[in-house]
Structures are given as structure tokens and as C-alpha cells.
Design a protein around this ligand. Structure first.
Ligand SMILES: C[S@@+](CC[C@H](N)C(=O)[O-])C[C@H]1O[C@@H](n2cnc3c(N)ncnc32)[C@H](O)[C@@H]1O
Length: 248
């Protein structure tokens, strides 16, 4: 499928929200990529929607984990740009009754998250190492996600880079397609101007309802993990903004 064939279709070229950094993997991360990715990783395919029942089915596999399998109708939470997997691993541990899909392009982060999955003996997490926009478009069925989590996305602070911010109208529409009724998009950022940008774009989407009483930010949910990039923001003295939008 090319952009020419589908004019107007959202592509990773329309929002290029990441740069691939050549971070070196530690030995442990490299070992995790080799040993754990076959079990927890999902190969990106642009022509095949995921079947969550099959995706989280461990029957027949030789799981290294001991945790019980989650039921087929368990809510699916999807985290975009999980970094080192701090929040992903913590949420999966905290909510064993849910199923989690984490998407990240940065390989050392993927390796680190896999290490966390193993050390916590989690069986309810799957990882896709690919552009989240393409994953959402081509692999995630419509109305299938209970939560989409976007914690501390790259702020792309220079004006000429604003087009690289992942929170754009087309992205919000795509997320709205993928959320089930009652599902929630949860964003957090420590950059005030990006928070204002998010509120403006998200409040304009008629398909999602801001959960904030004041029409902008919501209280930070107590369970939300303090991630590496949140800690960086705190060191810089930044306030943190949580934004929660529900699909009716
Ligand atoms: C600023 S970091 C935040 C990481 C983590 N959420 C945290 O709070 O520590 C943003 C992450 O999003 C990832 N990212 C950005 N755009 C992405 C995309 N389109 N698909 C997948 N990952 C993406 C980057 O590789 C990076 O690791």
C-alpha cells in the first residue's frame, strides 16, 4: 500500500514522531532481545490485524513465565513509546487481569522492557518494535482497546518541528477509531506548551470527551508510574500534566 494509492491516509511519513538513535545495547539487553523477543515480541505486518486471543494465548508455547494466563475478554491497554518500559512493566504487574501491548522503536528500550517482563514473570505483555502509528493503523482492530497510554512523548519543541509531535488531529482520530466504547486515551507531559497543544487538539475532537472538570487537565491517577522521562522533567523543575479523554 502506498501513499499514492490512498491519498489523505495517515502514514508514518505524515507524522514522523521519532528518530532512530543508535544506542548501544548492554549485554543484558542484547540477551533479552535474543531470548525473550521470540516469546513476547510481535512482528510488524502491514496486512494483518492482530487477533488478541491468539496473541495472548500461551497454550502450546513453552512459557518461561509462571503467571496465569489472562482471560480472552480481558481489557487491552496499549502504550505508545514506552521508553525503557517502566510504566508498561509496572502496569502489567499491577493489573494482571488486563492485557498489555507496548510499542517502541528504540531497541535498548525494548531490551530493557523485556528484562522487566522476565524479572516480574509477566505473561500479559506483548511488544511491537515499530512505528506506533503504523501499528495502530495496520494491526489493531477498530474499537478494540480499553486504554491508549502516551506518557511523556517527545515534545519537539522547535516550531519547525511541531509537525513531528505525535499528538495531531489525524493521530487523535486514529486513536478514537481504535478505542472501544468507554475506552480512554491517557496522555502525560512535562512540557507546558505541549500540554496546551494537546488540550487544544484533543478538545477539538468531537469523538472523545475530556474527563477534566476544568476542561483541561485531570488529576494524576495514583497508579501512574513515575517514568524515566517524568523524573527528568522533575529535575528540570517542570510541572506534569495528565490528560484523560473518554470515548462515549
Ligand atoms: C521522551 S521518550 C518517553 C519514554 C517513556 N514513555 C518515559 O516516560 O520514560 C519518548 C519515546 O517514544 C518513542 N517514540 C516516539 N515516537 C514513536 C512512534 N511513532 N512509535 C513508537 N515509539 C515512538 C521514542 O523512541 C522514545 O523512546
Amino acid at each position: 500500500m502506498t501513499e499514492q494509492q490512498f491519498p489523505g491516509r495517515l502514514t508514518s511519513r505524515s507524522i514522523r514522531s521519532f528518530v532512530i538513535r543508535n544506542g548501544r545495547l548492554t549485554k543484558a539487553q542484547a540477551a533479552a532481545m535474543q531470548n525473550l523477543l521470540p516469546e513476547f515480541g510481535v512482528q510488524y505486518k502491514d496486512d494483518q490485524l492482530l487477533d488478541f486471543t491468539t496473541l495472548f494465548d500461551l497454550t502450546g508455547a513453552a512459557p518461561i513465565t509462571t503467571a496465569e494466563q489472562t482471560p480472552d475478554d480481558a481489557p487491552v491497554w496499549l502504550e505508545i513509546g514506552f521508553g525503557n518500559g517502566d510504566a508498561l512493566v509496572d502496569m502489567a504487574k499491577r493489573y494482571p487481569e488486563n492485557r498489555f501491548i507496548g510499542i517502541e522503536v528504540h531497541e535498548p528500550g525494548v531490551g530493557q522492557a523485556l528484562m522487566g517482563i522476565e524479572s516480574e514473570s509477566l505473561s500479559n505483555v506483548r511488544i511491537v518494535q515499530h512505528d506506533a502509528i503504523e501499528v495502530l493503523q495496520n494491526m489493531i482492530p477498530d474499537a478494540s482497546l480499553n486504554r491508549v497510554l502516551l506518557f511523556f512523548p517527545d515534545p519537539w519543541r522547535k516550531k519547525r518541528h511541531f509537525k513531528r509531535r505525535i499528538v495531531q488531529t489525524e493521530f487523535i482520530e486514529l486513536v478514537a477509531d481504535k478505542l472501544e466504547s468507554g475506552g480512554v486515551l491517557h496522555c502525560a507531559t512535562d512540557w507546558h506548551d505541549y500540554a496546551l497543544w494537546m488540550v487544544e487538539k484533543l478538545n477539538s475532537c468531537k469523538r472523545l470527551v475530556n474527563q477534566s472538570n476544568s476542561g483541561d487537565y485531570s488529576e494524576r491517577p495514583a497508579w501512574r508510574t513515575n517514568t524515566r522521562f517524568e523524573q527528568r522533567g522533575e529535575r528540570l523543575g517542570h510541572d506534569v500534566f495528565d490528560l484523560l479523554y473518554r470515548k462515549p
